[in-house]
Design a protein around this ligand. Structure first.
Ligand SMILES: O=C(O)CCC(=O)C(=O)O
Ligand SMILES: [Fe+2]
Length: 241
């Protein structure tokens, strides 16, 4: 008789076998990061893994397990749908799909560390669901001086995304932040526009690449994640999540 644990482990093993990463794609991604500070790779993840992740997100939604995303962390947390309209759920290895996804990102982390010597040592990620009409205004993911988030990742889960579906992520030219953040008077140049198509992985430097999510016409599913370095600021370690 098989137990629940056996079934879980078996599902993990099956999904692992169905979702190897292509070393050539990892190399291309790292090369892009070095050259231009961002990369987006179509079909980076296998359909088997993407479908399993989407099913997992749909299961969580059916259980009302997503919460509106706010801006800022911990005490600063506040709902701000005028800035971002997504609902999120942090990944925690509760499903085979999450386990396998986090394992693949761990492999990517090791490869990036080997190539760039930047000592990333943690990865955190959340599912995100943008309902029709939702967006995320231009922002950077990490503030200078609190640069724990070093590289941002976004994996998209949307099969057959139409070209007029909206919800593209726009990446803007890297900017150095001043002591008060970005100067709003400096014009920004668009560098790339990424369709949220199933299997695409986008990566960029967290503290210098401004980006935004354009209003989506269709429900849009993704996993946003960050490779972190645990710098401490005045002796206080900025905690994950
Ligand atoms: O979903 C995306 O394309 C980007 C999301 C994002 O910028 C974020 O969650 O910080
Ligand atoms: Fe972001």
């Amino acid at each position: 008789m098989s137990t629940v644990t056996d079934d879980f482990d078996h599902e993990v093993a099956t999904l692992l076998a169905a979702s190897p990463l292509d070393p050539g794609r990892i190399e291309a991604l790292i090369e892009d990061l070095i050259q231009q500070g961002f990369s987006h790779q179509r079909d980076f993840f296998s359909p088997a893994l993407i479908d399993a992740l989407l099913l997992d997100l749909e299961r969580l939604e059916a259980h009302d397990a997503l919460t509106s995303a706010g801006i800022g962390r911990l005490k600063e947390h506040q709902l701000a749908t005028s800035i971002r309209g997504d609902a999120i759920r942090w990944l925690n290895r509760e499903s085979p799909a999450q386990q396998v996804y986090l394992k693949r990102l761990e492999e990517l982390r090791e490869q990036i560390n080997c190539a760039l010597f930047i000592g990333l040592f943690e990865f955190e990620a959340h599912f995100a669901r943008y309902p029709p009409g939702a967006f995320y205004k231009r922002h950077v993911d990490s503030f200078q001086g609190r640069a724990n988030r070093v590289i941002s990742t976004v994996t998209y889960l949307n099969r057959d995304w139409p070209v007029d579906g909206g919800g593209e992520m726009v990446l803007f030219e890297s900017q150095q932040q001043g002591p008060d953040g970005f100067d709003p008077h400096v014009p920004v140049r668009e560098m790339a526009r990424v369709l949220p198509e199933a299997g695409t992985l986008a990566c960029f430097l967290s503290d210098t690449v401004p980006h935004e999510v354009l209003p989506t016409r269709l429900p849009r599913a993704s996993i946003a994640g960050w490779f972190r370095r645990n710098a401490s600021v005045n002796g206080v370690v900025d905690p994950a999540q």
